[in-house]
Every structure is written in C-alpha cells, then in structure tokens.
Design a protein around this ligand. Structure first.
Ligand code: HEC
Length: 244
C-alpha cells in the first residue's frame, strides 16, 4: 500500500514536470537559438558552457580521456592537464601570451598549430577569441556538469510578465528580451496537438486525437494537461523513451 502511494505521488510529480517542460519547450521558439549564442561573447565565461564544447570537438580526440589516441601525454579533459602537466602548465591563468595552449591556436607554423592540419579540424576565430578571453578571466575551470550539485537560480525579472505562465518561461523570455526578440505567438490547436504528440510519443497524432481535442482554435490549459496525460499513458510513450 505504502509503495503504491509513493508511486502515485511520483507519477503526479513526474507528469507535472513533463507538462511544464513540454509547455516551455513549445514556447521556446527557434528564435531563442541566436539569442543563446549572443550571450557567449559577453560577460563572464563559463568553462562548461563556452570552452569545454570547443575543446571536446577539436582537441579531445588527441588530448582527451582515451589513452589509445592521446598525443603528447596531454589531457585537456582534466584540471591537471591545464595547470600542472609534467612539461609545465598548458594554461597560465590570466596570461594568454604565456599560455602554450593559446600560442598553439594562433601559431602560423603548420608543425606547431593546434589542432594539427591533418586532423581536418579548425577553430573559428570567434572560438579562439573566447579561449583567449577565458584565459584572461583567470581560466576558471569546472568539472563536468554532472559532477556539480545543481543550485536553484533566481528567476530573472522580465518586462512582459503576462507572458510568463510558469517560472521556466521567465528564463526563456529574459534571453529573448535581452536579444530584443519577440516570442512567437501561441500555436493553434492543430499545431500544438501535433507537437505534443511528436514530442511525447514520437508519432504524429491520429485523427481521433485531433477530433477530440481540436474543438477550438486554441487548446486551453486544462485541455493541454489532459492531452499530455493521455499521451503519457499511451504505450507509444514508453516505446519512444526506450529508443534513447
Ligand atoms: C590529431 C591529433 C591532435 C589534435 C586534434 C590536437 N592535438 Fe595538440 N598535439 C598533438 C600532437 C601529436 C602533439 C605533440 C607534437 C607537438 O608538440 O606538436 C600535440 C601537442 C599539443 C600541445 C603541446 C603539449 C606539450 O606538452 O608540449 C598543446 C598545448 C596542444 N597540443 C594543444 C591542443 C589543443 C588546444 C587542441 C585543440 C584545439 C589540440 N591540441 C588538438 C595532436 C593533436
């Protein structure tokens, strides 16, 4: 009995997270993407958000976790690899000119430059500039995000408070407003049913689902919740999850 109750509670919490997330994903119009990349050029850089992805793509093959492909004994996936390898630091905090890692990125010598030409990888000048900026900001390192305990951020203030239906929306809208972009208008019922169905089950909605839910131009919040609950109950939801 006890077990049944906690399962029911778990289901409710999980459903409510799914509904909120799905609603927010639906609001997260593609326009947000340029807004996110804007953010990187300004202010304090984050190693995990701004720097690690560049190194993971261009360097980890030869300087990452796999000892079989590692070159020069250098790891750029560990803190030690940046600041205290045996051959001396690869990055000198606050000083790009003294940091071998940065010098390797801007070298004109094909025997020196990283990534090496034969790797067919190149860094964009904006990426090199980010790495320089990060070193000059003192090269703050972070472990992989999965090892950092999550902290609840403050919900950002936004101008158009009416648009915010749940706190996640405030994060989306704050970025849009910072980039001077307008959120897309709410989707009509047909579009929303199709998106929810594809998102939750991986399948387009059947005619029955459309007939029952698309009775007005827009889905009201109660109908949205009911539709999400129904899609979550469908075996296709589990099949879709199992593919990941
Ligand atoms: C295809 C493999 C390959 C890739 C990709 C690669 N490197 Fe290298 N790297 C090497 C090799 C081989 C050496 C040793 C030869 C040399 O010093 O040029 C080296 C040496 C280095 C050194 C000097 C290490 C020392 O102890 O002197 C640094 C710093 C470096 N790489 C940084 C990078 C960075 C940063 C990237 C990504 C932007 C990168 N490498 C991508 C193969 C690679």
């Amino acid at each position: 009995m006890h077990c049944l109750i906690s399962r029911a509670v778990f289901r409710r919490i999980f459903h409510s997270i799914m509904v909120h997330l799905t609603a927010s994903i639906l609001r997260l119009h593609l326009l947000l993407l340029p807004a996110l990349s804007f953010a990187a050029g300004k202010g304090d850089l984050s190693f995990n958000r701004d720097i690690r992805p560049i190194l993971a793509d261009a360097c980890f093959h030869c300087h990452g976790p796999d000892p079989g492909t590692r070159k020069a004994g250098l790891r750029l996936d560990t803190e030690g690899g940046f600041f205290d390898p045996k051959s001396g630091p690869t990055v000198v905090r606050g000083d790009a000119a003294k940091s071998p890692l940065y010098q390797r990125l801007i070298s004109q010598d094909p025997d020196e430059v990283m990534p090496p030409p034969e790797s067919h990888k190149t860094l964009k000048s904006a990426e090199i500039a980010l790495i320089k900026q990060w070193i000059e900001q003192g090269a703050p390192w972070q472990p992989h995000w999965s090892l950092i305990p999550p902290q609840r951020p403050a919900v950002p203030a936004v101008k158009d408070r009416n648009w915010v239906a749940n706190p996640v929306d405030a994060f989306v809208l704050a970025k849009l407003e910072a980039a001077g972009l307008q959120p897309a208008p709410p989707a009509d019922a047909h579009t929303l049913i199709r998106r929810l169905s594809l998102d939750i089950t991986g399948l387009p909605p059947g005619p029955d689902l459309i007939q029952r839910f698309a009775t007005a131009p827009r889905l009201d919040p109660a109908a949205q919740r009911q539709l999400v609950d129904e899609l979550l109950k469908s075996p296709a939801y589990g099949e879709h999850r199992a593919r990941y």
